[in-house]
Design a protein around this ligand. Structure first.
Ligand SMILES: Cc1ncc(COP(=O)(O)O)c(C=O)c1O
Length: 369
């Protein structure tokens, strides 16, 4: 079945194979007589789904044994409160502002911490640049340092995670990797905790992934809700309360899809990384040689997942979007705070989708330039 190409920033496109398998298993999962949505989370059927999903994710992202994988609810925005409730010890936390999502994280943390200190900010450049780690003003004794490693709205991505130790900082690094999780490998030696909603690269909304180093557990503030205390969640294998069972199941199918991906001799996340680089290069190269479209983000921090771009003549925006829709190129309108267009090209977007978009943009440019 030929489906349109969906460039939504999230909830976002899911691989057709995953949706087809979920559809085939909808009424009767593996002869159990039940849909996954109807199963007890404590029954052997669901436990097997959960254990497989966890093991596959651990393998795909090479998560070391000293890290716990938690499947939670609440999304990235809830984590903006849950992380300080668990890790801040009500002390000082450092934030690097690289766009809207890290700004929101700092604002929320202020409710729980003594000082949400801004160690660096790209705001002066309207978040088109990323402050170099060497320039960050890190606090002595901070409980953790928070970054958003891919800013979904501003299209800014850390090409590599900062090495806090090399900057003379012992604090753990907290990473919001909501919008590029599983798009590239993770250097866990630089990370204390990473979190992300599933609805971009892993599956449906409603599932939040948290991967946290064991030694950071057990320090929650007294006011932290039990269901959001990472230690409680970890001690109960993410089943202290009812976990988002459907989300875990679809994420599990997505992990198996990722394991099957190959690209130039690579497999899994490495294959996706190679494909994501090729997709992003194709798009940026076209935009950069065009005098009709523009992307304003500095080349060293351009996102491979979310590409905001503008027509230099914005009066043509509506015509551009209408023509795109007619071609089966969906959800390209930019975020309301930034305007213009945004192409989100997550793992599930094949290179053919980016080729189709670039071809349409070229034709639109030729017709309207
Ligand atoms: C980087 C990032 N962090 C946090 C969020 C918020 O996630 P949620 O809406 O699941 O709370 C988003 C949502 O798009 C995001 O892109």
């Amino acid at each position: 079945m030929n489906r349109p190409y969906n460039f939504s920033a999230g909830p976002a496109a899911i691989p057709a194979e995953v949706l087809q398998q979920a559809a085939a298993e909808m009424l009767d999962w593996h002869g159990s007589g039940m849909s996954v949505m109807e199963m007890s989370h404590r029954g052997k059927e669901f436990i097997s789904i959960y254990e497989q999903a966890e093991a596959d994710l651990r393998e795909l992202l090479a998560v070391p044994p000293e890290f716990k994988i938690l499947f939670m609810q609440g999304g990235g925005l809830a984590e903006n409160a849950i992380v300080p409730l668990n890790l801040s010890r009500a002390g000082t936390v450092d934030f690097v502002l690289s766009g809207s999502w890290s700004q929101k994280s700092a604002k929320e943390a202020r409710k729980y911490v003594a000082d949400a200190h801004i160690a660096a900010s790209g705001e002066d450049s309207q978040f088109t640049t990323l402050p170099a780690p060497e320039s960050w003003q890190l606090s002595r004794g901070a409980s953790y340092v928070h970054i958003c490693s891919n800013e979904t709205i501003h299209g800014v991505e850390f090409q590599e995670l900062p090495d806090l130790k090399a900057l003379g900082c012992d604090a753990p690094l907290v990473v919001d990797f909501s919008s590029h999780v599983a798009s590239r490998p993770v250097d866990w030696s630089r990370v204390g905790l990473a979190f992300g909603g599933a609805q971009k690269n892993l599956g449906p909304a409603g599932l939040t992934l948290v991967i946290v180093r064991e030694d950071l557990l057990g320090h929650a503030l007294p006011a932290c809700p039990s269901a959001f205390d990472y230690k409680t969640v970890a001690d109960n294998q993410s089943m202290y309360n009812t976990p988002p069972t459907w989300g875990i199941y679809i994420a599990g199918l997505t992990f198996q899809w990722i394991k099957r991906q190959t690209e130039g001799g690579l497999t899994g996340v490495a294959a996706l990384q190679a494909r994501n680089i090729a997709k992003a290069d194709l798009f940026y190269q076209y935009v950069d040689q065009s005098s009709f479209y523009v992307n304003k983000v500095a080349a060293n921090c351009r996102s491979r997942m979310n590409i905001p771009f503008f027509l230099r003549d914005e009066s043509r925006n509506d015509a551009f979007l209408a023509g795109a829709r007619e071609r089966g190129l969906l959800q390209l309108k930019g975020h309301k705070s930034v305007g213009g267009m945004r192409a989100s090209i997550y793992n599930a977007m094949p290179i053919a989708g980016v080729q189709a978009l670039v071809e349409y943009m070229r034709e639109f440019e030729q017709r309207n330039a």
